[in-house]
Design a protein around this ligand. Structure first.
Ligand code: PLP
Length: 436
């Protein structure tokens, strides 16, 4: 729209969305789209839930805002307790913010302050993985191992503060794979490291890559051994999306020191993200120099938190975590059939309803085409009324590029069938010329 005052993210044409209902979005021209990526893996309970809208309106009428450094609120107290119960994090404390980047900034700062309070101010580095995505703000971006997003803002904040660990290697047993952290720690100098952060099921940077069972448990053990905090970035993978309240526990019983959440928390009905901190970390910071030296104007926003509470009611009442597991298995089975049919699909993978396709040249495994094959498939899917979440292109230039799939956890069998049929057509159309 040339006469628009909106600062768009790019010059591509944007349809105007006017309504959402269940797994569908409708544009101003009356066109219907199946939201196969829940936006950016956000709309976990589907669109247009009246009970959530009413909870928001009730809270806005009663108490729209208080500043988190002056007040708490009944809705925040109730939500924090309910959420920690749902996630299975007894004794943890919940810090509510507006987005995943803010939540990761909070986690990184809390980890650093924890060590300062313990008399180890030299522990400032945070080990992160390549690839990874932890957010767009400068600190979270510096933590992220995602070349395409980082390059233009280089040099990022203190590049030396973010030692990098390779991505999980599913050809290795989980414990052995996790042991690679030890080498990165030793090289970084263990007494300079505050934390290790990772996405338990990788999101946008590596389409639902999942380490083998035992990985996270061993990561947690190594972190303990070296006095380093383990931060699980569950912004995308948490809240039931992967078929468990927390994806980090899918391959073994483990409790990270800090858990970062976002997206599905309020499922898009309001901006809400947050950080769950263990009692050990919370108490150390509270008993130290006097509280967390950090804050945001909208931390603990009552309306956002009311949305979170209403969404949690839906997730629990409708058993959406289990539903994500069951429907995820069905979708993955369908994606594996597409892999058999189209050589360009190198891999179909993921957990629950956080699934991904790795696309590339069937002989070399490399990404190809301009625009890349994933972008072409995404475009062809969109023309068939299916929204997917295209990846960021080949991460290391050798292993294809990606498409993330993550419909609302409420998706029915018939809607799954519709999604797979659209993908089938899109793969056929987008790869017809390239692959014989
Ligand atoms: N962490 C992960 C794993 C994410 O997937 C994202 C967003 O995609 C973020 C953090 C950043 O969240 P936000 O975009 O809400 O700031």
């Amino acid at each position: 729209m040339t006469d628009s005052s909106v600062f768009y993210r790019s010059r591509k044409p944007y349809p105007t969305a006017v309504r959402g209902e269940g797994v569908y979005l409708f544009d101003a021209g009356g066109r219907r789209y199946l939201d196969g990526s829940s936006g950016a893996l956000v709309a976990n309970i589907g669109h247009g839930r009246v009970e959530v809208a009413e909870a928001l309106a009730r809270q806005a009428r009663e108490l729209p805002f208080v500043h988190g450094s002056q007040f708490t609120s009944p809705v925040l107290e109730e939500y924090a307790a309910r959420l920690m119960g749902f996630l299975g994090l007894p004794g943890f404390r919940f810090w509510a913010v507006s987005g995943g980047s803010e939540a990761n900034e909070s986690a990184i700062k809390l980890a650093r302050q924890y060590h300062v309070e313990r008399g180890e101010p030299g522990r400032y580095k945070v080990i992160t993985r390549v690839p990874s995505y932890h957010g767009a703000s400068l600190g979270a971006l510096a933590a992220s191992g995602m070349g395409a997003r980082r390059a233009i803002y280089s040099p990022l904040i203190n590049e030396a503060a973010w030692p990098k660990m390779p991505k999980p290697d599913p050809s290795l047993p989980g414990e052995e794979d996790a042991e690679r952290l030890r080498g990165v720690l030793e090289e970084a100098g263990p007494s300079s490291v505050a934390a290790f952060i990772a996405e338990p099921v990788v999101g946008a940077s590596d389409a639902a890559l999942t380490p083998n069972a035992g990985y996270h448990k061993r990561i947690a053990e190594i972190c303990r051994e070296y006095g380093v905090l383990f931060i699980a970035d569950e912004v995308m993978s948490g809240m039931g999306r992967c078929g468990a309240p927390l994806a980090v526990r899918l391959g073994g019983d483990v409790t990270p020191d800090l858990v970062v959440l976002g997206k599905g928390l309020a499922a898009g009905y309001a901006p809400l993200a947050g950080l769950a901190a263990s009692a050990r970390v919370y108490d150390t910071v509270m008993n130290g120099s006097g509280g967390f030296k950090h804050g945001f104007t909208y931390a603990g926003h009552p309306v956002s938190v009311a949305a979170g509470l209403a969404v949690l009611d839906v997730v629990e009442r409708e058993g959406l975590t289990e539903r994500a597991r069951v429907q995820g298995e069905r979708l993955l089975a369908g994606l594996r059939e597409l892999r058999e049919k189209y050589p360009v699909v190198l891999e179909a993978r993921g957990q629950g309803l956080l699934l991904g396709l790795v696309l590339g040249d069937p002989t070399t495994g490399a990404a190809f085409g301009t625009p890349g094959v994933a972008d072409r498939v995404a475009k062809a899917a969109l023309s068939r009324g299916l929204i997917t979440y295209p990846g960021t292109g080949a991460v290391d230039g050798t292993r294809g590029d990606h498409l993330l799939l993550g419909p609302p956890l409420t998706i029915t069998d018939a809607e799954l069938g519709e999604m797979l049929a659209a993908l089938d057509g899109a793969l056929e159309a987008a790869t017809r010329e390239q692959v014989g």
